[in-house]
Design a protein around this ligand. Structure first.
Ligand SMILES: [Zn+2]
Ligand SMILES: [Zn+2]
Length: 504
């Protein structure tokens, strides 16, 4: 059965890698109330540790405003996920002025006590000392190049930035070994079917479904594969150290020398690659199609806020796609993220955006295996079907929000599937001002679940994934593409010229 298999493979992995930071099994295993094997027959689930790690890597790649000279140019962009009691409190990335850890201190202050932090790189000593001081419970980081890059200037012996990086790594090591919070690498082995599951659900998701509906002759599978390969090349370059000797050098300097011996080293690198592949797959579900597809308004609404730039919208939707990889629904995974545009100064790499909440569809928290029906419409009479028991992604995002929704701010919902009739009134009344989603199911009744009310929802700006030409006259009036001053990333502009990389 899946349960014992996944547990066994975790033990094997731990045995092999002789966890360098003494990470105990209770931490390594996913001990939440929603265990990974509770719902019979559904696909594998991402563990929370892997989900948070993936979100931190993805936050590192948050589309930035026009690039400016960093005040500390040896620091690399870093993503950060702040988790309190296993729920996401904040998604951050470093900015021109602040490192990601500094952003967390400024944004959360004393609320960091007892939080778990997931970094996309090992944080520098400046960040570490403040976070330890704030009383965080655990700091986990991706074992690639450190925040103060150990690789830049490595080959120039007189390079002062490289000397600084080594001093910083030594200080970070001392902070790590003397600190109360647990500072570690927390990578859990993936279920062997996870990649296949994410690939399949990414290809079946409504964003590619919409493109397939509009273009019946287009091979969407090819489109997905091309995007996947482009993403993989891009992400490996940014998040992985290709040269093994360089990687060993970095691990040694960061005090992770246990990872340098075989088979730990190969296992570590394989696991890092596997996670990057999952990220490439989730990102390929919302392809970058130059100007052709994006999230555009279907009807003009007089006085709403301007739309976010398309690359920022896509980033947030892919956050939701990653969350959907933890679904408990046997058939359809849905993820939702709520962000708001605050009035405060822009210390975070996300600009004025801050996270309000996020969620995925799942059975009620605390429920046990088989406590509720898991059958869909084909298998059981109506009273025994799952739909009355599963919480929708939007419902979880609203319930477990980490910030209040403010009337005077633009609060935005990003969701990977059209909101159903159960969720539409919640969204309207919660004070959401903008929705970014797909309307592939809108106006449909699908067995136990209906989507008739979304179309009639008033007072909320709806930005729907569609071809630009079908919405151009409205989107150009209402949604200037540089409304928030974000710049389109260069790689996205050139993305679709990469036919040469169409591999089998
Ligand atoms: Zn730092
Ligand atoms: Zn719903």
């Amino acid at each position: 059965m899946a349960a014992s298999d996944s547990r066994r493979s975790q033990r094997d992995f731990e045995g092999n890698r002789s966890i360098p930071n003494g990470e105990e099994e209770r931490n390594v295993r996913d001990t939440g109330v929603q265990t990974d094997t509770r719902v019979q027959g559904h696909g594998p689930r991402l563990s929370k540790a892997n989900l948070f790690t993936l979100l931190s890597l993805w936050m590192e790649l948050f589309p930035k405003k026009e690039p400016q000279q960093r005040e500390n140019d040896t620091a690399r962009d870093t993503g950060l996920v702040v988790v309190h009691e296993r729920r996401v409190l904040g998604l951050h990335c470093s900015s021109v002025h602040l490192h990601a850890g500094q952003v967390a201190v400024v944004k959360h202050g004393p609320r960091l006590k007892e939080c778990d932090l997931y970094f996309s790189r090992k944080p520098c000593s400046t960040c570490l000392k403040m976070l330890i001081n704030a009383g965080v419970s655990r700091i986990s980081y991706w074992p690639g190049d450190a925040e103060i890059s150990l690789l830049s200037g490595k080959h120039d012996h007189n390079d002062s930035s490289h000397q600084e990086a080594i001093f910083d790594a030594t200080a970070a090591e001392r902070l790590k070994s003397n600190s109360r919070p647990h500072i570690c690498v927390l990578l859990q082995p993936l279920d062997c079917t996870m990649q296949q599951f994410v690939d399949e659900t990414s290809q079946k998701c409504d964003f590619l479904g919409k493109i397939a509906t509009d273009n019946p002759t287009l091979n969407v599978k090819d489109l997905f594969r091309r995007e996947w390969w482009n993403n993989l090349d891009d992400f490996l370059e940014k998040l992985f150290i290709n040269d093994e000797e360089q990687h060993k050098y970095v691990l040694n300097k960061m005090g992770l020398d246990n990872f340098c011996a075989e088979p730990n080293f190969s296992n570590l690198r394989q696991h890092m690659r596997n996670l990057i592949r999952i990220l490439a797959s989730a990102a390929a579900s919302v392809p970058v199609l130059e100007e052709n597809y994006g999230f555009f308004m279907t009807e003009p609404l007089g006085t709403g806020s301007p739309a976010l730039p398309q690359d920022v919208v896509r980033h947030c939707i892919i956050q939701a796609r990653l969350l959907a990889c933890r679904t408990e629904d046997p058939k359809v995974g849905v993820g939702a993220v709520i962000w708001a545009e605050g009035k405060q100064s822009q210390c975070d790499g996300t600009g004025q955006l801050y996270l309000v909440g996020c969620g995925y569809n799942a059975y009620p928290v605390g429920s046990q295996y088989a406590e509720y029906p898991q059958m869909d419409h084909k298998q059981e009479e109506r009273q025994n079907r799952k739909y009355r028991y599963i919480l929708h992604a939007e419902q979880n995002a609203i319930t477990f929000r980490s910030a209040e929704i403010k009337e005077e701010e633009n609060t935005m919902l990003f969701v990977t599937k059209c909101p159903c009739d159960e969720c539409v009134p919640l969204i309207g009344c919660a004070g959401i001002k903008q929705i970014y989603t797909t309307d592939l199911d809108s106006k449909k009744v699908k067995n136990d679940i209906s989507y008739l009310r979304f179309d009639k929802l008033k007072g909320v700006q709806k930005f729907i994934w569609q071809q630009k030409s079908s919405a151009r006259h409205i989107s150009e009036q209402a949604a200037p593409p540089t409304a928030n001053g974000y710049m389109k990333r260069k790689e996205e502009e050139t993305h679709f010229q990469c036919n040469k990389r169409l591999r089998s």
